[in-house]
Design a protein around this ligand. Structure first.
Ligand SMILES: Nc1ncnc2c1ncn2[C@@H]1O[C@H](COP(=O)(O)OP(=O)(O)OP(=O)(O)O)[C@@H](O)[C@H]1O
Ligand SMILES: [Mg+2]
Length: 253
C-alpha cells in the first residue's frame, strides 16, 4: 500500500457521513489593495453520490470553493475534509497524487493536451497514478470513451473534435482512475444548450452510480437534473436549496 493512497473506500455508500465537509473555511487572496476575502466561514457538507451545483454571481466564490474541495488550492482558515482525508493538511508533494486518485477535474475549456490523441489524453491520469497495469490502460480508456458516447473519436487529436465531444473526452479523462468525486467548473460554459443538457445528463448518471459530483455553473434550468443547489453570495453560502422542493434545506434564512 502506498502511504498516500488515502483509502478511498472511506466514502460512505450509506450516505450517513458526508463525503465532503468544509468547516469554517476562509480563503483570502493578497491583492495590491490588501487581503481580499473570497470565502468567509463556509460550512458545507456534501453526501456521497450527491450531485450539487454551486451557483451565484460572478465573483461570488464558486471556483475558489471548488478548488479547495479538489485540493487545487488551500484555505487560509478552517478544514476541508474529503473522504476522511484532511485535504488542507496533505503535504504538497502528496497532493497531486491524492488528487489523481480521488478527484476527477473537468474544466470549462476542456484542457485536453493538443498533441495527444483522445485515448492518450484519457490514459494520462492512469499513467500518472500507475492505477492499473499499463497493458490494460488503453482498453479502459476506450471503455470510458464509449461510456461518454465518443468511442469512435479515440484516435483523433482534440482539435478534430467539436466542443461537446471534447468535453465528453475531458469527462472520460476525469473518470480514468474511478475517483469518488468529480468537480467541474462551468463545464457547459462553452457548449450550446442541447450539448449542455447532454453533458449534465452524463454527470447525473455518474451521480446515480455513486460518484459525488460538484459543479460550478451559471446554467439556469438545472433543477431537474441536480440534487441540490448551493448558492454563494460574496463568499458566503446563503442556502442549500433542494432541487425537489426548491426550498432551503439548511439554515433557510
Ligand atoms: N488569484 C486571485 N487573486 C486575487 N483575487 C482573486 C483571485 N482569484 C479569485 N479572486 C477573487 O475572489 C473572488 C471569487 O472568485 P471566484 O473565481 O471564486 O468567483 P466565481 O464565483 O467563480 O466567479 P465566475 O462566475 O466569474 O467564475 C472574486 O472577487 C475574484 O476577483
Ligand atoms: Mg468561476
Amino acid at each position: 500500500m502506498q502511504p498516500d493512497s488515502q483509502k478511498t473506500n472511506t466514502s460512505d455508500p450509506t450516505g450517513n457521513r458526508p463525503l465532503i465537509a468544509l468547516r469554517k473555511v476562509g480563503k483570502s487572496y493578497s491583492t495590491p489593495a490588501g487581503e481580499f476575502p473570497a470565502l468567509r466561514e463556509i460550512d458545507l457538507e456534501i453526501d456521497s453520490g450527491e450531485f450539487v451545483a454551486l451557483t451565484g454571481r460572478s465573483g461570488s466564490g464558486k471556483s475558489t470553493l471548488l478548488n479547495l474541495i479538489g485540493g487545487l488550492d488551500r484555505p487560509n482558515r478552517g478544514e476541508v475534509i474529503v473522504a476522511g482525508v484532511s485535504v488542507h493538511q496533505v503535504p504538497e508533494n502528496a497532493l497531486a497524487r491524492w488528487r489523481g486518485r480521488n478527484v476527477g477535474v473537468v474544466f470549462q475549456f476542456f484542457q485536453l493536451l493538443p498533441t495527444l490523441t483522445i485515448a492518450e489524453n484519457v490514459m494520462l491520469p492512469m499513467d500518472f497514478c500507475d492505477a492499473r497495469p499499463a497493458r490494460e490502460r488503453r482498453a479502459h480508456a476506450l471503455e470510458l470513451l464509449d461510456r461518454v458516447g465518443i468511442a469512435e473519436q479515440a484516435d483523433k487529436l482534440p482539435s478534430a473534435l467539436s466542443g461537446g465531444q471534447q468535453q465528453r473526452a475531458a469527462i472520460a479523462r476525469a473518470l480514468a482512475n474511478d475517483p469518488p468525486i468529480v468537480i467541474a467548473d462551468e463545464p457547459t460554459g462553452n457548449l450550446d444548450s442541447e450539448t449542455s443538457r447532454a453533458v449534465l445528463g452524463l454527470f447525473r448518471r455518474l451521480s446515480d452510480r455513486g460518484t459525488t459530483v460538484v459543479i460550478a455553473t451559471h446554467e439556469r434550468d438545472i433543477s431537474g437534473v441536480i440534487d441540490r443547489t448551493v448558492e454563494l453570495v460574496d463568499g458566503t453560502v446563503t442556502a442549500g436549496l433542494s432541487a425537489a422542493t426548491g426550498r432551503p434545506e439548511q439554515g433557510g434564512e
